[in-house]
Write a protein that binds this ligand. Sequence first.
Ligand code: ACO
Length: 428
Amino acid sequence: MSDKAILEINGQKHEFPLITGTENEVAIDVKALRGSTGGVITLDPGYKNTGSCESAITFLDGEKGILRYRGYSIEELADKADFLEVAYLLIFGELPTAEQLDKFHADIKANSVVDDDIKKIIDAFPKAAHPMGVLSSLTSALTAFNPSSVNVDSEEDMYNAIVRILGKFPVLVAWAMRKKQGLPLDYGDDSLGYVENVLKMMFKSPNKEYEQNEILVNALDKLLILHADHEQNCSTSTVRITGSSHAGLFVSLAAGISALWGPLHGGANQAVLEMLEAIKEDGGDTKKYMAKAKDKNDPFRLMGFGHRVYKNFDPRAKIIKVAADEVLSDLGVEDPILDIAKGLEKEALEDQYFVDRKLYPNVDFYSGIIYRAMGIPVEMFTVMFALGRLPGWIAQWKEMRLRKEPIGRPRQLYTGETLRSFTPIKKR
Ligand code: ACO
């Protein structure tokens, strides 16, 4: 392949270098476009064809259904690693040795207390507040309680900020849920693994010992691994672009949490469950909802189907589908919602509309079913996604700062009024 692309505008040829990634993906480097063409820009709403950065963290091939973190396949990581190992891998680039992992975990535990005054902020939220709004606000508020900015040129400073947020974030997650349920806001248990601690903080009753359930621990561990990174999606791009102004780590993460909340992104897992519930309430007629999804005059979309990048299948959905079956059978849960989900999946996979548009179940189609079996309230589903995505956001923010990327500032094509003169208010 040639190493340059040629663009012809008004009979004049402009050359741009082609850059090839380690997986042979090719990009046209258009950095010089405006300069060499006298102001011409590329226009790509939704960035369907636009790379915002070079990154060495996550590789995915949507056509082949491949997802790898730092070169390791998602299938192997979900099978053999635990969430904290994956977090370390994403953030620092290599799998940790046993010693490195122990230290990492010990440092996270040493940072797993939040300022008790955070409880006053939580008290000010109405009980009906959505936990994603609470989580985003509290993550932002952490900046006020930890005001020193991260010196990104200091490895130690960077490391300290990372273990601080990995320690405190699960506390905020648990408190966002417990506040809604009127349960006391407690701290974790240093004797436990990261995921076990999350479960205990979320579910411990004030008057009972908490008993760990290995099935739930393994299922949550797997879910968090599957969600841990997904290259330049909406929330990750938000974290990177917020951080590109040199805003701090915690507020950049808070921006990412807000972006994740939307139903077209992380909020889809809540939307899936609500959709399945609605179908059940409406008599379980999946065909009716399939027809609605295909009707262009109906805004209804089959939540949990389709993906911007995966146009074959979502490899995470495959793993999670098996996990959902295992968890439900291990826990002895018989859930009519699962039958509706399976019915919809079967119909969609055989339906020409879905086949033509390459719409397959995505990770969120099944994650909600597992969360529900675990006793996690529907409104917390996207919060659980955020907990899983945290290491990915951190890794991407760190990479962006270490590569000294410029501030993110897209261009636009102006389509509004041209110059006109002001009409005084009395004459309008
Ligand atoms: N149900 C019905 N039709 C759909 C769906 C769906 N879930 N998704 C896409 N389509 C149709 C569109 O109407 C469009 O049809 P057309 O070509 O006839 O106009 C076509 O498929 C392409 O859809 P786009 O919206 O252009 O695809 P895009 O890549 O922009 O969107 C997205 C991807 C947002 C995920 C979309 O498929 C969707 O809204 N899915 C439901 C929400 C969801 O599950 N989101 C979770 C994504 S995974 C995650 O964030 C972890």
